[in-house]
Ligand binder design. Structure first.
Ligand SMILES: *[C@@H]1O[C@H](CO)[C@@H](O)[C@H](O)[C@H]1NC(C)=O
Ligand SMILES: *[C@@H]1O[C@H](CO)[C@@H](O)[C@H](O)[C@H]1NC(C)=O
Length: 398
């Protein structure tokens, strides 16, 4: 009898974990399932521990990731060092081969929902190494303070401080970087920070050196409307569920979970800020094919209590989609990757639309069978393809 029950439990568990209905055209589905299952088990354990009151969810996730980090190790082609820019820790990758001229410089910002991750995670370390090598570029991969210890605008300010340090003539000279060929790049929350600091730089009279390009890999760009078509479709998208995305957004601003609750109901924006909805109005900003089957409904307005306590979620430095057209029109050449099966798809698509409307040159690669996280998955065909497109674009434009 006992054995049968155990077997039943095992079958249910396996079914629960392995049977995640993936969209049909995702490549290498078994590999994707294995990866998502591992992540799911980890997150469920962490969530269970949080419910027991042992530790904060994000702290524990961060701790688990710390174990995977790799040292700054030079190889035959790239010199890798850990240092600090204006007291912000950064990892720098400099190609070893001799160069006749000054090099490209790329300032990279890792993802992880403003709560976890670091330049030292194997996926990011590998990406920066490959970028340095393929583009003959100096790559600065920055870290920043993470939630729940730090909240907005701390992450933004860390990244901006490090970037401003890098964009000084004498610092670029030390690393042999051409001041006319510096770009910013980031994925997910790193794409959010990349878009935000790129906007901030335009308004900063103290910085003389300007960015040549920004590359945004499935960036998060707004926290106002949590009911975009990609949120509504996203229940079965791999790696990043709509509810986790809402949790990460709210953790960016506060550990108080009342904001998360209001965001889940999509009623966190107060009446006096309702004019901001025009900047994230998917009814006018998404091309028809992304709107299919969904009807636009203006989000319900909430009380102004939350936005008084946590004004960050209405701040353009957290939500780059809230910038006006005038600011957008001054942005540099832009590369955006969006993926069909990604909760953040519509953020990126709407930004591409708004930038194009403002006259910015945008290369928008929409990956029909792509999903969140695909860019940095080691050993996956899709990652190989995405990175190749990205390197080729940087090769031409940076
Ligand atoms: C260094 O570059 C050479 C030539 O491009 C390549 O064959 C080799 O694999 C690279 N080494 C590493 C550690 O990536
Ligand atoms: C959003 O756009 C639609 C269609 O363009 C328009 O009818 C609606 O009033 C807009 N809503 C807001 C809140 O801007």
């Amino acid at each position: 009898m006992g054995r049968k029950i155990l077997l039943l439990i095992a079958v249910v568990l396996v079914a629960y974990y392995v049977y995640i209905p993936l969209p049909g055209d995702i490549e290498e589905p078994w590999k994707v399932m294995l990866e998502t299952t591992q992540l799911k088990i980890m997150m469920d354990l962490v969530s269970f521990a949080e419910d027991l009151g042992i530790n904060h969810y994000m702290d524990m996730m961060q701790l688990l990731m710390r174990f995977q980090e790799v040292q700054a190790t030079s190889d035959e082609n790239v010199t890798v060092i850990d240092t600090a820019f204006n007291s912000v820790p950064v990892r720098i990758y400099v190609p070893k081969r001799k160069s006749e001229s000054l090099r490209r410089g790329l300032f990279f910002i890792h993802g992880g929902g403003w709560c976890f991750g670091s330049a030292a995670l194997p996926a990011y370390d590998l990406l920066s190494r490959q970028t340095a090598e393929r583009l003959d570029a100096v790559v600065v991969s920055t870290d920043y303070g993470l939630a729940p210890k730090y909240h907005f605008p701390h992450q933004f300010e860390d990244v901006y401080r490090a970037l401003r340090w890098f964009l000084q003539e004498d610092i670029l000279e030390i690393y042999g970087v051409d001041p006319r060929r510096v770009g910013v790049s980031g994925d997910s929350a790193g794409g959010n920070l990349a878009a935000a600091v790129t906007q901030q730089l335009i308004k900063d009279p103290d910085v003389k050196i300007k960015l040549k390009v920004q590359a945004l890999i499935y960036p998060a760009l707004q926290a106002l409307d949590m009911n975009l078509p990609s949120h509504q479709e996203g229940l079965y998208f791999p790696f990043l569920s709509p509810s986790l995305m809402v949790r990460l957004w709210s953790e960016y601003f506060t550990t108080d979970r009342t904001l998360e609750k209001a965001m889940l109901l999509n009623q966190h924006v107060p009446m006096e800020s309702s004019h901001l909805f025009q900047f994230v109005n998917w009814s006018s900003l998404l091309p028809e094919r992304f709107k299919k089957g969904y009807f636009y409904k203006s989000p319900t307005l909430g009380s102004s209590e939350l936005s008084k306590k946590y004004p960050g979620f209405l701040d353009v430095k957290a939500c780059p989609l809230l910038a006006n057209d005038n600011t957008l029109s001054l942005l540099p050449l832009t590369y955006i990757i969006t993926c069909q099966y990604d909760v953040l798809r519509d953020d990126g698509v709407m930004y591409a639309t708004r930038l194009q409307n403002a006259g910015v040159h945008v290369t928008h690669h929409h990956i029909e069978n792509g999903f969140h996280g695909a860019f940095t998955l080691h050993g996956f065909l899709i990652a190989y393809r995405l990175k190749n497109q990205y390197f080729n674009w940087l090769m031409e434009n940076l």
